[in-house]
Design a binder for this molecule. Sequence first.
Ligand SMILES: Cc1ncc(COP(=O)(O)O)c(C=O)c1O
Length: 250
Amino acid sequence: MKFEKGVSNMATTLAERMSKFSGSPTSALIAKVAELKQQGKDIISLNVGEPDFGTPDYIKVAGMKAIADNFTKYTPGNGILELRQEIVKKLKQDNGIEYGLNEITTSVGAKQAIASAMMVIAGPGDEVILPIPCWVSYTEMIRLAGATPVFVPVRPDNYELDLKAIEDAITPRTKAIIICTPNNPTGAVYSEESLRKLAELAVKHDFFIVADEIYEKLVYDGQSTSAWRPSPRRSRSAPSQSTDFPRPMP
Ligand SMILES: Cc1ncc(COP(=O)(O)O)c(C=O)c1O
């Protein structure tokens, strides 16, 4: 092919999948808030899910020490061994669930973990159930994977999962449900009973539960139950599809 200067001989369009989803509304709002603040406006941002305290000192110090020690080289793809060992311990101590090292992988954040989970679980023609209201990014992650989000409202009285509505939404194309507990945006903490019933539905209809428990420590009365406690193991799962894979660590 002969290229002429200044003339495009190729169709420089983006991939088809880019037309299927839109940008993050929260990211757009972060940019808007920054712009308004720069203009001197007095803005209180209730936008992103960030605590109002800074990163604890012991984390800052450990991060700085790691850089000073040149702990900056490539690590195994599924995470540093010591970190994965600590995650196994954490799941046992805090959540009462036992997983083996080979069932744990790490990511750079919950967003990446859930987006990657969608890419390995769902594709064109598949459906993923989303209890709503939900964190905005789930919808676009499902669409990015080529699958279709199926919205199911939570119960209006207490924002709990509506198990009957979820069961009614299940079809032969249902590949997964994404739940968030404690929930952004409602603040609901799903009961152990709801999670057990959801696990029963997942086994009966053969779909994955992707549980985002990023806010598990932000519970002010009692404790949240991890969705994994009442969920039986999916022994048929490939490692990358294991129910641990999408589980973001706080
Ligand atoms: C429910 C929920 N999951 C995931 C994330 C993003 O997590 P991370 O920053 O670890 O990618 C957020 C951030 O707002 C969130 O609210």
